[in-house]
Design a protein around this ligand. Sequence first.
Ligand code: PBG
Length: 315
Amino acid sequence: MRRLLVEHEWNFKDLLVPCFVVEGVGRKEAINAMPGIFRYSLEYLLKELEHPCYREVGGILLFGIPATKDDSGAVAWHQNGIVQQACRAIKREFPDLLVITDLCLCSYTSHGHCGIIGKGKNVDNDRTLEVLSRVAVSYSEAGADIIAPSDMMDGRVGTLRAALDRYGFTDRLILSYAAKFASAFYGPFREAADSTPQFGDRKSYQMPPANRREALRELAEDVKEGADILMVKPGLPYLDLVREARERFETPLAVYNVSGEYAMVKAAAAQGWIDEARLVDEIMIGFKRSGADLIITYHAKDLYQWRENANKSIT
Ligand code: PBG
């Protein structure tokens, strides 16, 4: 009876799994505040992707960590950049796996900001758009299916759409980090992506956590500019915006269950304070009930394992 009347479910196909690929060979590096998550050099990443969990999820969200950085983030659009190499290899080995590439400069710039620095140590929005366009085109050439800009520059969705179309990539989608807040919940990720800003913070381009109306304007702007999928990020503290975006826009909607949210669960689980499997299932249901279609989450592999274990104990 309860099963019959269930209103919301999540499926593995709704989950997108962040993957970190680092330049070099023989590297499998644990991330301190994200137990179970690693940065892999390419050959290890390909091994990781053989795990059956990746056959069932919706796709992966790829982050690159290059060997060298400079002021301009130019390594991000090198044809043999780490993300480009990874896209080509993944598409060769796993042609059915959907590949989304995160698009940002923060892992590629020596200063760790998401764009190019102009006058007065501020990010130069429009010069950054030019670089991002080049990077987006080069990720598409390498085989990325979806480009996910997380830089938060103004006007980037429209600019990227025009650039992709001009180069013939009319079939590539844009998943926009539309409402992305300047959040303490990204702390563990910055260790993984080696992307901590070397001065200042991201408050001039990411949103203030208190501003709900501004977030709705950002979402509406990205819809207008041609975003194919919208995202709200972080997830758990911003479910009001997930619900609101669901009601206002017909565009598919993703939520990012970010590194700090994952770290909190893992820390409590390690202490034996919570039932991790039940709690994570409840978090996924919460995202779906709030109105998200897609969930970007570091918990995907654990969820897969828990389901396998449950199936085993039934048979
Ligand atoms: C890059 C980017 C960040 C995250 C995704 N893309 C970090 C940031 O903006 O500082 C965070 C993801 C997470 O915390 O899991 N701009």
